[in-house]
Design a protein around this ligand. Sequence first.
Ligand code: KG4
Ligand code: ZN
Length: 344
Amino acid sequence: MLVLGIETSCDETGIALYDTERGLLSHTLYSQVAMHREYGGVVPELASRDHIRRVLPLITQALAAANCELRQVDAIAYTQGPGLAGALLVGASISAAMSFALNIPALGIHHLEGHLLSPLLSTPAPVFPFIALLVSGGHTQLMQVDAVGHYRLLGETVDDAAGEAFDKTAKLLGLGYPGGAALSQLARQGRPGQFKLPRPMINSGDLNFSFSGLKTAVLTLLNKQAIDDQIRADIALAFQDAVVEVLTGKSLAALTQSGLKQLVVAGGVGANEQLRRNLSRKASAQGTTVFYPELEFCTDNGAMIAFAGAMRLQAMPESARQPARGFNVRARWNLEMLETPKPD
Ligand code: KG4
Ligand code: ZN
């Protein structure tokens, strides 16, 4: 079965074609980052309008790259939530229209389910069950992934996401948006131990995170002294040390608590070299394998939505595979409320 995936939940338009026999055939992506940079963050209305401009040309491109025609598509999978309502509506409405016109089902996919299953698109792929650390601009969560549709939230941020904290701190340090990569670049010049920032919630006894206090701590440091390039780099390193130590500590605790031996790191912050080094070193010391899927599958993309759709389609009874009769989106949507697919 051939599934067309459509991701429009935030600032990336992602399209993909996934075949249940042949695997991922193609995927195309347009990132709006350059457009939003001017405003220092994602502007929802601009995001929706840009998705409208990109989505059909990207579908045409993805079909051409896969050497397929639209009429060969057996089902559409689109991100139904969570995300920006207007942006989600673009993918949902196009999917509903195509589903109706082609007389094929349209499946609304939970964006985080896409992220959680995306490591299975990479090689080597983890096998169920595994722990996933999702760290992006929008999410910071530790999940146990037992099977398709079986996800357990172990812990999450109580305020800012890790990537959001990187971006806000980067802004305080005078770096552009999104600033995570630039901050980690700057941290390379930092002198270890020059400043020490708190490790929020490291001893909270649960697997939750809190990152909003760190940017305030950085602001206090910045206001306390004359700032030159070296001090900025020292502060960047101190901030990164704190985030990496907390993410590593909680991930290892999740592995210990669950008794599982595989950790998958997904999301843009997973690109952070210090996080990778630290996690790999500490995890291998306790006999755990850490998987870092290719960045193109870690950050928002259409492939993960097509893949999650294909998994769900296969698990669906034939009778449920009906074309759309309408559409709705879920800007807020708890992953644990997801229905588990039930095979025939
Ligand atoms: O997964 P992603 O593309 O999803 C979102 O759209 O949220 O993640 C983007 C986030 C941004 O906050 C960015 O600053 C952060 O990932 N990021 C990094 C690095 N590269 C990207 N954070 C820390 N270190 C990096 N090297
Ligand atoms: Zn995402």
